[in-house]
Design a binder for this molecule. Structure first.
Ligand SMILES: NC(=O)c1ccc[n+]([C@@H]2O[C@H](COP(=O)([O-])OP(=O)(O)OC[C@H]3O[C@@H](n4cnc5c(N)ncnc54)[C@H](O)[C@@H]3O)[C@@H](O)[C@H]2O)c1
Length: 330
């Protein structure tokens, strides 16, 4: 099986590449080639000697999609994106990469005539307020951001080309991935990970919203699991509806802090500093807090059952099982 992974230098893409290289197979079928692509050079994962190709390329540049499709991949993971904040600030760049880049990729893939399986990383940003308390699978998408609009347009392309038998596509609407590893970023949602990741590393973190704030989460490990499950799913069960809301854990910031206390103790919780950021609080108040995801659960997609499990994934996968005790509370 030949696999193409675009967005391979990103947070989820790197983890997916590591897992593919370690497994050496998908659904029992050996990986004969793994092409890792990103606009910045992706790291080379261990395993699959001689079968991994790494390239730095802009998906939206003329000719890139055709070059990638020329290898006639059987399975394509499309995770490359200009993410929410930047897509809102830079309208042209968001449309160029998220819509035009995706269109170019799908055009090139369908031209191969091989009907490859294509897994597209979509987002719950396809939905916009007003929200019911728990959003059902048939809630009408109405994006409230340009990023959400671009993801929805790409979903429609994936569904339409699949209906025509030109690709075999699935769009996965991912929850907010938590705990996001790496340095703190300036995404409005960044604190959901920061208030766990930083104290677990013995560092202070800011909390700009009330503890009652509720949101919808999955771990990076669960996200990788979603992509691998989608790779082998019987798409006959999907019918025309190729976009799936992924299961997630609906939890409040208070739930997050309670889990941190159970796993790392009160000294870690003491590293969380209450701050006032009306802009972040206002943005977050407009986000959905819970999704039903009954369809994806029935299709076998799974996620952590509680916030403790999400924290443990971070401790195991990012900290080598070790929590750094803070020298003293601030
Ligand atoms: N992390 C989340 O909470 C979350 C939630 C919902 C949806 N998603 C979606 O999942 C996917 C992966 O998310 P992530 O957190 O790993 O994002 P990320 O920003 O870490 O990774 C995206 C990658 O896409 C690459 N990229 C951007 N423009 C490109 C281009 N023109 N050509 C090639 N590569 C390009 C970036 O360099 C980056 O490495 C994205 O499509 C994102 O929109 C993520």
């Amino acid at each position: 099986m030949r696999i193409l992974l675009i967005g391979a230098a990103g947070m989820i893409g790197r983890k997916l590449a590591v897992r593919l290289a370690a497994d050496g197979a998908v659904g029992g079928v050996a990986i004969t080639a793994l092409d890792l692509v990103d606009v910045v050079p992706p790291p080379v994962p261990a395993g699959l000697p001689g079968r991994v190709t790494v390239r730095a390329a802009d998906l939206s540049a003329p000719g890139t999609a055709d070059q990638l499709a020329a290898a006639r991949p059987d399975l394509v993971f499309h995770l490359a994106a200009i993410v929410s904040g930047e897509a809102e600030v830079d309208l042209a760049k968001g449309y160029r990469v998220n819509l035009d880049g995706t269109r170019a990729l799908l055009d090139a893939l369908m031209a191969t005539g091989t009907c490859p399986r294509v897994i597209f990383a979509s987002s719950l940003a396809v939905f916009g307020p007003p929200f019911p308390a728990r959003i059902p699978d048939d809630f009408a998408p109405q994006p409230a951001t340009s990023y959400g609009a671009q993801k929805l347009m790409a979903e429609i392309l994936v569904s339409d080309l699949s209906r025509r038998g030109l690709i075999d596509g699935i769009s996965l609407r991912l929850p907010t991935i938590c705990v996001r590893p790496g340095a703190p970023n300036r995404a409005a949602s960044g604190f959901f990970s920061g208030i766990l990741r930083e104290p677990l590393a013995g560092l202070p973190a800011d909390l700009p919203v009330p503890e009652t704030t509720r949101h919808y989460f999955a771990s990076p490990r669960a996200a990788v699991g979603f992509f691998l499950h989608a790779a082998t799913l019987d798409t006959g069960a999907l019918g025309q509806a190729r976009a799936l809301t992924m299961p997630g854990l609906s939890a409040t910031v208070g739930d997050q802090i309670d889990a941190l206390r159970r796993i790392a103790g009160p000294s870690a919780v003491a590293l969380i500093r209450r701050t006032d950021d009306p802009l972040v609080a206002r943005i977050v108040a407009g986000w959905a807090a819970d999704f039903d995801a009954a369809r994806a659960r029935a299709l076998g997609f799974t996620v952590e059952a509680d916030m403790d499990a999400i924290l443990r994934v971070h401790v195991e996968d990012e900290l080598g099982g070790r929590i750094v005790a803070p020298a003293s509370a601030p």
